[in-house]
Design a protein around this ligand. Sequence first.
Ligand SMILES: [Zn+2]
Length: 476
Amino acid sequence: MNGGHYRCGADIEGKKWLGWQGSNLRPPDTPVGFPKEKWLGWQGSNLRMPIPKTGALPLGHTPALARSIAGLTRKGRVVFKQVRSSVASMTNLATARTILDTLVAFDTTSHRSNLALIEWVEDYLAQHGIASERVANAEGTKANLFATCGPAVEGGVILSGHSDVVPVEGQDWSADPWTAREVVAKGGKRLIGRGVTDMKGFIALALAFVPRFAAGELPVHLAISYDEEVGCQGAPAMIARMAQTIPPPRLAIVGEPSLMRVVTGHKGIAVHEVTVRGHEAHSSLTGHGVSANMVAIELMHELAVLAEELRARADPDNGFDPPEATLTVGVMEGGEAANILAGHARFVFDLRCPPNEDPDAILAPFIARCGEVDSQLKARFPECGVTIERHAGTAPMTPQGSEDAVAFVRRLTGENTAPLQVAYAAEGGQFQQAGFPTVICGPGSIEQAHQPDEWIALDQLEAGARFMERLAEELT
Ligand SMILES: [Zn+2]
């Protein structure tokens, strides 16, 4: 679609560009060539109107539209102002496609280095006169990268994406996962490749618009992380550095695939590993030793009871599916043989809390119980015991305090449906904890992430390009 779009507002009492809330504002006489589904939406303060390939703006339509809106507003003058033609956003979309091909070709599976991709992005930004800063891991094998496009002033927008992707091993890919390819499928064209939707597509779009952002009056801060897919371990150091160095932004947008819907909440994750050391003896002489497995089973049973309590006390209206904090044991192992009291056992559990549940409070009694059992075992055999170790966790993202960010992002997407809460965890909570109002919004669907033949619909990339274009306008 070669379109343009128009801002429409009523000039009432000298206040221009009043918002049109409600999604049911439609012209009464939608003309031929404008199928309803092609109207991009009337929500928010901007009216967007596609233009068919063959023609310019159907001028004849504008007065009717004006009348219909004037009727709704009852008073005042309706004004139309053409804003930047989306030809520019389509050019940038083509650039984004090229960049995406390049990004996909870097195998940035989380267990590998992402430095080749980071170096490429550094070079790209440098070509546009933009300095960037790396925040590397301790070993120097991976790095985050952030950069400010435009003036270093307050009130900008952070665009955040992770550079790592999930593994392709063991998945049935129909072609090379590291070569993006376009296919025609039911419902439209798609781009296939590892990371196209989660989430190199968003990064490619943001990079393609760098020249536009650089020309803005307010900045866009790009934030590219590593190790998101293995517990959001990379971003915190970068976020801390950004909080120290960039002028306070208005909001952060994490571009996880959300089909361009606004997401204001995700659960947090706390992963713990419990290790039990027993005292080996013949299995017939259970009193002569300690079976680490039997101790582990008792502790896991306590977790099962706790999981049930969490389910029972969940707030069914918190917007999450499922609403409760979930707790499950993902890994368990222990023992050597059926006829030996197990000398060693280990299990790992995963607790995912909505923002209204505190993982530390939930686990405090269990951690205390592990301490008690540890003392009891040590009283029998000094080498026995229980230890519990917390792995890196991810903070939940809460809708609280995100109202301004939601309103801002809705202006970019033209959506005003209720914000979503999602079950997957992301870096949103980490940005929020650092004091940045944060929402998730990005092209593609999480359902196509992590899959063999991961894909993104081309119309989602197009929607992403329109989003970036609107963002650039908003900051100009
Ligand atoms: Zn992701």
